[in-house]
Design a protein around this ligand. Structure first.
Ligand code: NDP
Length: 614
């Protein structure tokens, strides 16, 4: 029988798997906090301190308007990709009385708010940017920067005429099902009372910034902002950098996730002094960006984007490899895995997990070696190395971040021993017993991605008999297809709370759902349905499917939400499954399988699982 030890010995691998296993365990233990998600401060409209990080819009003046009291066919909450793509697919299906309600002053969602210097999409633009063929646009770069992406959101808005009914700078404060009218009543902070037959919640997974609940966080007397509300009035410059007003400022940035990796090089280039407070290093792989080849763009055939998105998904999962993705960092792990599996032919199935782990070690070893190549000071280099499986955290790709730490004006402050920054004072930040006095603190502390449903969505939603959706989901998210939930007729959830396991390209998954919502609403209208409610059996069937061994087995492939991972939002800060079953929020068999389930449901044409009132 083939033995894994014979095929893949430490000598041939170039690393010792046992030592790495132990190091990963220790690094995780150093960071797990008993307060888990409770360590973060809720950023809400209610708290005067936190409100400035959420409600204030540094990019636009507030426009006054009268309250709206009218009726629409569909109200979509959120004007980011989910809302726009759902509205676009509804428009294509002939439903155009669609209103998007959005808190920002324009479309774009995350790309409206995230204008920090260097903001860039980490997925290749040809697969990520939605509706490229529909709008006739080809991105300028392989990996687009935020301004181009934001501009594309506006392009979609104009192309599908979404501006005509849109309501901006407006927060939905309540959605309530009116049983006797078969309508939803949507109330907002502008005094609006809008009735609608259908509501789609397109609030997205990263719409609420989060702040670390560091002792003293409210006491700092200098300037501060969150990366998703970048204050260019204070820093000077723009998304391309040139933050000239920082030339006499001492700046601290808290966090070293995907956002910080992109903006730290620009801060390092401009600030008089930059302190980067790091609890867990990111894995930072090469970016390999380049301009779009005009000849290639001209050669594209109709249907190219859907095909490319499908191929990208397959390449990430190692189901197939295409030349165009060979030098894309997202496929590094699966390429290593394929190479190892080729060597390990004949290996018993029960040892496959070991090979996956070895491929992960190998991938991370090469990413760690990039740190040694880039960093002059070996002590700093060691602190910047990520010791966990690649998909425990969102991998990052950047060619300037690491070298920034060679600058004399940039200091890496490791706060892993204290499991985060110890304290914030009137003057600055305390870490490892030292007070770092600064003029400005920038929070690159991420978003409410896995906190409670209520906290993330932030909208009271009441269904049949006035039941709160959050009570219905008390023990975890209950849905059919991640899209409809019992007791909340004519309500669609898209691309927000329910995520697509094993699919890094968010927009592709969103489109799968957007098409489903558009189909469902058209089909309900064609049948003259007043309200559609998910049956108890259908909801339970979906839950059983999600919890089945087959489904959870697939989730193990890349181990992203594993309890063995370093803490982060993927595993509810290291406590995954302790509070609620995260599997209810994703489809573990992957996006391809999810798409096939929805395709089949549409093909059947029976609106299976829905109780219909006509
Ligand atoms: P993350 O949640 O990934 O990172 C937050 C950072 O703050 C982490 O480094 C975290 O450390 C740190 N932090 C939190 N609390 C403390 C504390 N008390 N003391 C010190 N450090 C602390 O947020 P990001 O904004 O970086 O990224 C969020 C997500 O947004 C990404 O994962 C990605 O999905 C998306 N994104 C996508 C991009 C793209 O290119 N498409 C670009 C940027 C972001 P620790 O890790 O130890 O918790």
């Amino acid at each position: 029988m083939t033995r894994i030890e014979d095929i893949l010995s430490p000598d041939s691998l170039g690393f010792d798997p046992q030592q790495l296993t132990e190091r990963y365990r220790l690094e995780r233990e150093r960071r797990v906090r008993t307060d888990a998600e409770a360590q973060f401060l809720e950023v809400s409209n209610e708290s005067a301190f936190a409100n400035k990080y959420l409600a204030e819009d540094p990019y636009s003046e507030t426009v006054q308007r009268d309250p709206i009291k009218d009726e629409s066919e569909v109200i979509i909450v959120g004007g980011g990709w989910v809302g726009m793509m759902t509205a676009a697919r509804l428009t294509e299906a002939g439903i155009d009385n669609v209103r998007i309600v959005e808190s920002a002053a324009d479309f774009g969602g995350t790309w409206y708010w995230n204008r920090y210097p260097g903001a860039q999409c980490d997925i290749e633009s040809y697969s990520y940017l939605p509706l490229l063929e529909e709008t006739g646009y080809i991105p300028k770069l392989r990996y687009s920067y935020a301004p181009e992406i934001y501009e594309h959101a506006q392009r979609i808005g104009h192309h599908f005429d979404l501006y005509k009914n849109a309501v901006f700078q407006t927060w939905v404060t309540e959605a309530r099902w009116l049983e006797e009218e078969d309508r939803w009543l949507v109330k907002t902070n502008r005094g609006d009372e809008m009735r609608t037959r259908y509501v789609c919640l397109g609030t997205g997974p990263a719409n609420r910034p989060r702040l670390p609940g560091i002792p003293g966080v409210e006491s700092f007397k200098g300037h501060s902002f969150h990366t998703c509300r970048w204050d260019y009035d204070y820093t000077g410059g723009g998304p391309e950098g040139g933050l000239e007003k920082l030339s006499d400022k001492k700046v601290a940035i808290i966090g070293t996730g995907a956002t910080a990796v992109q903006c730290v090089p620009f801060l390092g280039a401009s600030a008089k002094q930059l302190y980067v407070f790091q609890r867990t290093p990111s894995s930072v792989d090469a970016r390999n960006n380049r301009e779009t080849d005009a000849q290639w763009a001209a050669s594209l055939e109709p249907g190219w984007q859907a095909e490319r998105q499908k191929r990208f998904g397959e390449a990430i999962l190692g189901l197939a490899m295409y030349p165009e993705f060979k030098d894309d960092g997202w496929t590094r792990l699966t390429q290593n895995l394929q190479a190892m599996l080729a060597k390990a032919e004949g290996l018993p199935m029960d040892q496959m997990g070991d090979v996956v782990q070895l491929a992960d070690f190998q991938t991370m070893e090469s990413i760690r070696s990039r740190v040694d190549e880039a960093i002059e000071n070996p002590e700093v280099a060691d602190k910047l190395k990520a010791f966990y499986n690649q998909f425990c955290k969102r991998p990052t790709f950047n060619d300037e971040f690491l070298a920034t730490f060679n600058r004399p004006n940039v200091e890496l402050v490791d706060v892993s021993d204290s499991k985060g920054v110890e304290q914030i004072t009137e003057k600055g930040i305390v870490a490892n017993g030292v007070e770092y006095e600064v003029d400005c603190i920038i929070y690159a502390s991420g978003f409410e991605i896995t906190s409670s449903y209520q906290r993330r969505m932030g909208i009271p939603i009441f269904g049949v008999d006035g039941e709160s959706i959050y009570d219905h989901w008390d023990e975890g998210m209950r849905t059919m297809h991640g899209l409809m939930t019992r007791g909340f007729p004519n309500l669609f959830l898209a691309g927000g709370l329910f995520v697509f396991q094993l699919g890094a390209n968010y927009c592709y998954g969103v489109d799968v759902q957007a098409k489903q919502v558009a189909y469902a609403i058209s089909a309900l209208n064609e049948r003259g349905v007043l309200s559609a409610n998910v049956s108890e059996a259908a909801e339970q069937r979906w839950i059983d499917d999600q919890l089945s061994d087959e489904s959870s087995g697939a989730q193990l492939v890349l181990g992203g939400s594993s309890e063995n991972c370093t803490p982060g939002y993927y595993n509810q800060e290291g406590t995954a499954k302790r509070y609620r079953d995260v599997r209810l929020e994703s489809y573990g068999k992957g996006l391809g399988a999810y798409r096939r389930v929805l395709d089949q449901w549409r093909e059947d044409g029976q609106l299976d699982g829905l109780e219909l009132k006509t």
